[in-house]
Design a protein around this ligand. Structure first.
Ligand code: 5GW
Ligand code: MN
Length: 306
């Protein structure tokens, strides 16, 4: 990690002027990183370290006085294992300097209260049932988030980001990540050819993709304006319910539905794997900074349902 310019002294790109009508995304320097793809075919930026100036981003969104929601689910063992580390690190690194509301779904509210997560930010907690199958815990989130947006988020936040809990923030995950609809490149697939992508290949599933898509996106992080995340979560949860009625299940559950959705509705911004990196992959020349890291999985512990 040495030898790279730390974020807080990065003043790239130079000469940009923040004026009304000039969106801060116009300040991106897509040509400064020649080692990675910084733009999709449909001209959405792919956010890599060095192409953005965090000062410009914070300045523009400060003027807009935005509120950002964060959703996270911690059920069963995941509540004990991951939630505290996730939220404490989010206090420091997720949208620093901005007004953030955490929407936390747990199956044990008293346990959450015991954790005394009285950090700097507002936490709104919700109790949910613990589904028996882990696939259902994961898929249920789409429906819960769409209801949450309808009942709460749309009245109190502009943007929302949805996260897996088994991770922790390690570096800035800031306003440069904001856009109408935001998808994340899966750390294990971003360098791989398309034939590796594990989209759903069962024509009976709503997540089925007949051709290879653009990228393989990771369901551990997605976001955008509340309107666009509502469309996404509603559409995915309808697909999941339709599959249940037909007694089929997509190969990677909610992630397969998410990939189908982003294939049909292109994201307006894509995040590089800096925004959700797995250290098991090892050192990669193009990863200059860790913003969010996968937590170590203790499958033997956490994959037991009881
Ligand atoms: C997930 C898999 C096996 C057993 C349990 C779970 C599980 C997931 C759980 O017991 N409790 C829980 O809250 N979850 C939620 O679903 C967490 O927010 C978790 O981050 C998310 C997705 O499950 P992951 O993280 O195990 O899935 P992968 O794709 O990261 O392995
Ligand atoms: Mn996960």
């Amino acid at each position: 990690m040495e030898g790279f310019l730390p974020m807080d002294v990065c003043h790239l790109p130079k000469g940009f002027q923040l004026k009304p009508g000039n969106h801060v995304d116009n300040s991106l320097d897509l040509w400064t990183r020649t080692d990675v793809q910084t733009c999709t075919q449909w001209k959405a930026p792919i956010i890599w370290d060095g192409i953005f100036n965090p000062i410009y981003y914070d300045e523009m969104y400060k003027k807009q006085n935005i509120v950002i929601g964060l959703t996270v689910f911690a059920v069963g063992k995941y509540l004990d294992l991951f939630l505290e580390g996730f939220l404490v690190s989010a206090d420091e690194h997720f949208m620093p300097g901005f007004s953030v509301i955490y929407y936390v779904f747990v199956d044990d509210l008293p346990k959450l209260e015991e954790m005394k997560l009285g950090g700097r930010r507002k936490i709104k907690s919700f109790e949910i049932e613990k589904h028996k199958r882990w696939q259902d815990i994961s898929m249920f989130r789409m429906k819960a988030i769409s209801k949450l947006i309808e009942n709460h988020i749309k009245h109190e936040a502009n943007y929302v980001f949805c996260f897996d809990v088994d991770q922790r923030f390690e570096g800035r995950f800031g306003t440069e990540a904001l856009s109408e609809s935001v998808a994340l490149l899966h750390a294990w697939y971003y360098r791989r050819p398309k034939y590796w992508y594990t989209y759903d290949s069962n024509p009976h599933s709503a997540a089925y993709m007949s051709t290879k898509g653009d990228f393989y996106y990771h369901a551990a992080v997605f976001g955008g304006t509340w309107q666009s995340v509502k469309n996404l979560t509603e559409s995915c949860s309808q697909g999941i319910m339709q599959d249940k009625q037909k007694n089929v299940e997509a190969v990677w559950h909610d992630e397969s539905h998410l990939n189908k959705y982003f294939w049909l509705h292109k994201p307006t911004k894509v995040l590089s794997p800096e925004y959700c990196w797995d250290q098991k992959i090892g050192w990669r020349r193009d990863i200059h900074v860790f913003r969010l890291l996968w937590a170590k999985k203790q499958y033997s512990l956490s994959r037991q349902i009881d």
